[in-house]
Design a protein around this ligand. Structure first.
Ligand code: V4E
Length: 241
């Protein structure tokens, strides 16, 4: 298991030239389709868990205490970098989701009935896809359905830093709904040195001349704002986005 530490940035038109100039090497370009899943009650995303199928590979991104309340590079209450633990083993993903749902059920049982009124659900439009295929019976068993489905064209770069273990990855993403974003990313083994990862991200941002200290919106942020406004509002009100 590893923790993904990431800082998003706005791509300017010269970004690819700039990446080459600072010594980053293009490691390839690819296109992939992402489908994100949650229950009608948004049991996962309202707790900041993100279940994704990318071209057949499952991944669950889980919040870490550090990501939620870390003291690194903070702008107001929002850290510039996000930290998520990534689980890719399907059995472990299913186990984690059952745990989250069981905790949520207990919380809901203990909450007053009035709290449940007006709860927003994932919209079901006629002909909408649930994103499930034949071998995804487990999704139905856990009442999971697709709430976001989009394709990204990604160009990836690797920046190796002399004397530093592991490089920094920079992804330039163009989503099919018309949003572009860059990401500076370091993967740290669970329990590894997150401070050094943050320093490497910060040094890379400086080399790229990123002076904007505001947290930049990710693809999901923009997707939900445009296509799932009720879901988006709930995430904003619970400070997940
Ligand atoms: C929305 C969200 C998550 C879903 C995945 O988001 P992201 O890492 O932006 O996607 P992508 O395609 O770059 O994934 P990768 O290829 O790196 O695995 S995971 C966590 N969030 C919440 C979130 C947030 N609140 N704020 C920011 C700036 N980013 C994400």
């Amino acid at each position: 298991m590893s923790v993904e530490i990431e800082r998003k940035f706005v791509c300017n038109p010269d970004i690819q030239e700039l990446l080459t100039a600072i010594g980053a090497v293009c490691t390839g370009a690819r296109k992939f389709r992402d489908q994100y899943f949650d229950t009608r009650d948004l049991d996962l995303t309202l707790k900041d868990f993100w279940l994704r199928r990318r071209e057949g590979t499952w991944e669950l991104k889980c919040p870490t205490t550090r990501g939620a309340s870390g003291t690194d590079e903070k702008i107001g209450a929002r850290p510039l970098c996000t930290h998520y633990r990534e689980i890719t083993n399907l059995s472990q993903i299913q186990y984690e989701i059952r745990e989250i749902m069981s905790k949520n059920r207990t919380t809901k049982r203990n909450a007053s009935e009035s709290c449940c009124q007006g709860e927003l659900k994932i919209g079901e439009t006629e002909g909408s896809r649930d994103g499930a295929s034949g071998d995804d019976e487990w999704l139905k068993n856990l009442s999971l359905q697709c709430f976001a489905d989009f394709t990204t064209a990604r160009c990836s770069y690797l920046l190796e830093v002399e004397g530093e273990q592991g490089g920094v990855r920079i992804d330039l993403d163009q989503a099919d709904f018309g949003y572009c974003v860059g990401e500076i990313e370091v993967l740290v083994p669970d329990g590894g040195d997150t401070q050094s990862a943050l320093q490497r991200i910060s040094a890379t941002a400086e080399k790229l001349g990123l002076r904007d200290e505001k947290r930049v919106e990710g693809k999901m942020h923009v997707y939900l704002q445009r296509y799932r406004p009720d879901h988006y509002r709930q995430l904003l009100s619970t400070h997940i986005l």
